[in-house]
Design a protein around this ligand. Structure first.
Ligand SMILES: [Zn+2]
Length: 415
C-alpha cells in the first residue's frame, strides 16, 4: 500500500513488488505476470507493506532532551535547554554515543531517511554522517552555521563554517545515501556575513538548504528588527540565495501568509510541518491546508526535541488532529487533512528530496516497512480493509509492530 497521489491509497491486496539488484522497484502487480522471471520470492503473508518514513526536520543533538524541557516557548527554550546540550558535541565521544542512539531510534521507528540538523562542530557532524552511512540509511546532514545570539562556544565564523562544509563535501563523497545540506540555524543566529557565505556555497555547490521559518510570533518580530530591508521572513533568506535558489526545506511556517507564501510557491520551497513541536512549544498551528491550496509542497518532520517523539506515525496523527482544530477554528473554511494526505507527506513528498523515494511506483527506491498489525485488533482484523488496518496502526501501533525495514532495497536488521 502506498500513496502515488495525496488523494487516495494505492492498494494491492496480496500483491507483488518486483525489486532489482540495485534496490529499485521494477513494477507493482495485483497478480504476478505470467512467465515473470525472478531469483528470489519473499512472502510477507498478510502483513502490511508500506513505504518507509522520511523525517524532513529533526535535530540529532537534541536526542537526549527528547520528552523533557516542554515548559517554555521557542526563544527562552533555545537558551535554557537546547544550546547547553548542543555545546556538548565538541566532545567526540559524546557525539559518538548520542548519534548512535539517535540513528538507532530512527531505525526502530521506521524512518529510513531524514533531513538532519547537527551542530556547529565539524568532527561531530562527520560522526553523525558516518553513523547513517554505516547503518545503510539515507540523510541530508546539516553542519549548522551560527555566529550571533548564541553562547560563544556554540558559534562558528563564516570562514570556519565554509571550511567545515568543504571537509564534509569531500568526506561524504564516498557515502552513497548521505550528503551535506546547507544549514543556517535561523535568521536570528546568522549575521549577514554568514548568510552571504552560505548563499555563495549553495550557488557554487548546488547543495540544498534547510532552516526554520515563521515558527513563533516573537521570532518573526525579531527577524523584522534584524533584517529591516526584507519584506518578510522568507525574503530574508531569499536575499542571500537561501530560499529556493537550490532545493530548500523550511520548517514550521506557522504564520506564513501573503508575500511569504507567494515567494515559497514561486521558489518551490518545501514547508516542513512539525505539529508535535508546534504544540509543545505553543508556537501555533501551521496553515497546512492553505499552503497546499496555494501549491506549496508540504513534508513532515518530528523536530525533536521540540517534538517529543521520533515516530512519524505520531507526527501524522498530530498533523490530522491539529488540522481538525484549525477546521473548527475557521468554521470549516479549511478542510482538515486526511490520512492519505499526511501519509503522502511523510513518504512521497519528503522522499522527493532524496530522488525517487517514498512510493512503490516503478523506478522508486525500495524503502519499505513490513507491519505486523495482527495483535492490534485480533477480533476485528479479518473484517478490516487494508486502509482501516493502516489507520489503526498509525493511531495505535508503534515500533513493536514494525517487523522489517528496508532502505534502497537492503533489509536493515539492526543499528
Ligand atoms: Zn527545528
Amino acid at each position: 500500500m502506498f500513496t502515488s497521489s495525496p488523494t487516495h491509497f494505492d492498494v494491492y491486496e496480496r500483491g507483488y513488488i518486483a525489486v532489482d539488484d540495485c534496490g529499485i522497484i521494477q513494477g507493482v502487480y495485483h497478480t504476478l505476470p505470467e512467465d515473470f522471471a525472478y531469483d528470489q520470492l519473499v512472502d510477507f503473508g498478510d502483513k502490511l507493506l508500506i513505504p518507509a518514513m522520511n523525517d524532513m526536520h529533526v535535530h540529532a543533538p537534541q536526542f537526549a532532551n527528547m520528552g523533557v524541557a516542554m515548559d517554555m516557548q521557542l526563544l527562552p527554550w533555545l537558551n535554557t535547554y537546547v544550546f547547553p546540550e548542543e555545546a556538548k558535541f565538541a566532545d567526540e565521544a559524546y557525539a559518538e554515543t548520542i548519534y548512535h542512539s539517535f540513528v538507532s531510534e530512527l531505525w526502530r521507528q521506521g524512518t529510513m531517511r531524514a533531513a538532519v540538523f547537527a551542530t556547529v562542530h565539524t568532527l561531530a557532524t562527520h560522526i553523525l554522517a558516518r553513523t547513517f552511512d554505516e547503518a545503510g540509511m539515507g540523510a541530508w546532514i546539516g553542519l549548522v552555521g551560527m555566529d550571533r545570539h548564541a553562547p560563544a562556544n556554540l558559534c562558528n565564523t563564516s570562514a570556519e563554517w565554509a571550511a567545515g562544509i568543504q571537509t564534509l563535501i569531500d568526506s561524504l563523497a564516498s557515502m552513497p545515501l548521505v550528503k551535506p545540506i546547507i544549514t543556517p540555524r535561523f535568521i536570528p543566529s546568522c549575521t549577514p556575513e554568514m548568510l552571504r557565505c552560505m548563499g555563495e556555497v549553495a550557488k557554487q555547490t548546488l547543495l540544498p538548504v534547510q532552516s526554520h521559518l515563521s515558527e513563533n510570533k516573537q521570532e518573526i518580530a525579531w527577524v523584522k528588527e534584524l533584517e529591516p530591508e526584507s519584506s518578510c521572513y522568507g525574503d530574508a533568506y531569499y536575499r542571500y540565495g537561501l530560499f529556493g535558489q537550490t532545493p530548500t526545506l523550511m520548517a514550521h511556517c506557522c504564520y506564513t501568509d501573503g508575500e511569504e507564501l507567494q515567494l515559497m510557491r514561486e521558489q518551490n520551497v518545501y514547508a516542513v510541518h512539525c505539529p508535535t513541536s508546534n504544540c509543545n512549544l505553543a508556537s501555533g498551528i501551521a496553515p497546512v491546508r492553505k499552503l497546499l491550496q496555494q501549491g506549496v509542497n508540504v513534508a513532515l518532520g518530528s523536530d525533536i526535541a521540540g517534538g517529543h517523539h521520533l515516530s512519524m506515525f505520531r507526527v501524522m496523527q498530530y498533523a490530522v488532529q491539529m488540522s481538525k482544530l484549525q477546521y473548527t477554528a475557521s468554521d470549516g473554511k479549511y478542510p482538515f487533512l486526511t490520512l492519505s494526505e499526511v501519509f503522502y507527506m511523510a513518504t512521497k513528498v519528503g522522499g522527493s528530496l532524496f530522488g525517487k523515494v517514498g512510493s512503490f511506483e516503478k523506478g522508486y527506491a525500495f524503502d519499505a516497512l513490513v507491519i505486523d498489525d495482527l495483535c492490534l485488533s485480533p477480533h476485528h482484523l479479518i473484517a478490516s480493509s487494508p486502509i482501516e488496518r493502516l489507520e489503526r496502526f498509525v493511531y495505535l501501533g508503534d515500533d513493536r509492530h514494525i517487523q522489517h525495514r528496508f532502505c534502497q532495497g537492503k533489509e536493515i536488521k539492526q543499528v
